[in-house]
Design a protein around this ligand. Sequence first.
Ligand code: AMP
Length: 282
Amino acid sequence: MVVHTDKVSLSSDLLSRRKQNEKIGFVPTMGALHRGHLSLVKNALKENDCVVVSIYVNPTQFDNKEDLKKYPRILQKDIQLLQELSGDILLYVPNNEDIYGEKVTSAHFEYDGLEHQMEGAHRKGHFDGVGTILSIFFDIIKPHSAYFGEKDFQQLQIVRKLVQLQKYPVEIVGCPIVRENNGLAMSSRNKRLSEKEFEEAAFIYKTLQKVKRKFPTTSIKKINEFVKEQFLHNSYLKLEYFEIANEQTLVPAKHKMKTNKYRAFIAVHCGKVRLIDNVPLN
Ligand code: AMP
């Protein structure tokens, strides 16, 4: 595996690969890799000649300084995991200067309103930061395809919109959520949970599964009330939001329409760690 720490050496490596007609896949990550990330890399390796994996904790997508400071950073372990996977990986580990130059700032992005819902409403500037870093990455790497997890489903839809609006010639591939044995969606932030919190956090997916079972026969209003009620009695988990939303528009639904696809989205605080998850409902 080749490790590049600056965009100049990465670009020249990619240029020679492009000249040999290699198909380039791209998996952006913030590191502290787990099986969820690795599933994206494995899919990318199957469908491309070489795969760029980036590890970069992008400051402009954090709305919370403490979260940015405490974000797990374990580069040597990440390198080991990727090395075990394949030699056809180009790892890109830039620093802030390589990405942003002298000033770390975000551009403003609009994604046909997708940015106003859920994570966008609760994390100010988050999707501006996501749009900024992905535009920079796409310009440097010029991948044929890029892989994103459904774990961040709103982000996945926003990336699809970004690519459509900015006309990037890249195929966006969505990959299913990988879970811990207890059902908790894998996340780098899970490393910050205590053993007890990790156990308790399984309640999030258990509740989503109940929502899925109720969905065919229960109104959205009743389901919303049910979820709120569930979390009222949980001393470890504080509900930030729960929404049933249209998969395409991400607008929270009040009533079900047979022609629409719906997903349940949730954000929960477990101690000092913020966790998100989602499930398809129909
Ligand atoms: P992150 O490092 O959290 O920015 O995530 C990098 C990519 O991995 C994003 O596209 C995420 O959606 C994806 N990802 C994170 N956790 C999971 C998971 N449990 N299952 C599938 N994909 C995931």
